[in-house]
Design a binder for this molecule. Structure first.
Ligand code: CA
Length: 228
């Protein structure tokens, strides 16, 4: 499978050159020329690795890295123009996987990309993400975040949210949710679902002032992306 690399670099000529070299090696490359766009793309879940320049317009590379690490463990290699110890140390401290000092030889960059891709957790893990509007669920790591802020959920709350997200925009009855989340032989009342929906609403909708979980009277519940 082709690996997708995000290159965040404001020097367009250098970015174009790196892109060509990486394409030649069989990588798919997308470029961003400022930090803000770079961060948005890096959070999209479409990439396997990020090459991140430090000196960037709109948002510095360090700031992009800091925000990215709140919700993503995607491998990041910093591109630093300055061969200063401070940049390297703070970049690595903030969760960069590696760094390359400009100007760099293509072979060195490729070697570091291969190393960073080898180190990353199982591909299947990094792909298991569900989302609805500002909410992102990392299924295998059992993590949920809204606007990059993590939310602590109990096991059942997580499972219920997971079920709703898997069927986003589809109304699920209480019975279906009971079956899916609590299992066929659950002995209890269907209002168990209502109780857990209330827990989720207070931890998600109310806390973050969003409207994701909707009640469909007489039918059940649905997660819908907020239209704003
Ligand atoms: Ca730069």
């Amino acid at each position: 499978m082709e690996e997708h690399i995000l290159l965040v670099e404001d020097e367009e000529k250098l970015a174009r050159m790196v892109e060509l070299e990486l394409n030649y090696e069989g990588y798919q490359v997308e470029k961003a020329f400022d930090g803000r766009t770079g961060l948005e793309l890096a959070l999209s879940g479409r990439f396997d690795l990020v090459l991140l320049d430090i000196m960037l317009p709109a948002l510095s590379g360090m700031e992009v890295l800091r925000r990215l690490r709140r919700e993503s463990q995607i491998p990041v290699i910093m591109l630093t123009a300055r061969d200063t110890v401070v940049d390297k140390v703070s970049g690595l401290d903030m969760g960069a996987d590696d760094y390359v000092t400009k100007p760099f030889a293509t072979e060195e960059l490729l070697a570091r990309i291969r190393a960073a891709l080898r180190k990353r957790p199982d591909r299947a893990l990094s792909d298991a993400r569900l989302s609805a509007g500002p909410l992102v669920m990392d299924v295998d790591r059992h993590q949920v975040a809204v606007n990059g802020q993590s939310v602590a959920l109990t096991r059942k709350e997580f499972d219920l949210l997971h079920c709703l997200l898997e069927h986003k925009e589809k109304v699920l009855s209480r019975e279906t949710l009971l079956e899916q989340v609590w299992g066929f032989d659950f002995v209890g009342e269907t209002n168990t679902v209502d109780v857990y929906i209330r827990f989720l609403r207070s931890k998600l909708d109310e806390r973050f002032h969003i409207k994701l979980i909707h009640t469909i009277r007489g039918v059940g519940y649905v997660i819908r992306e907020e239209l704003s």
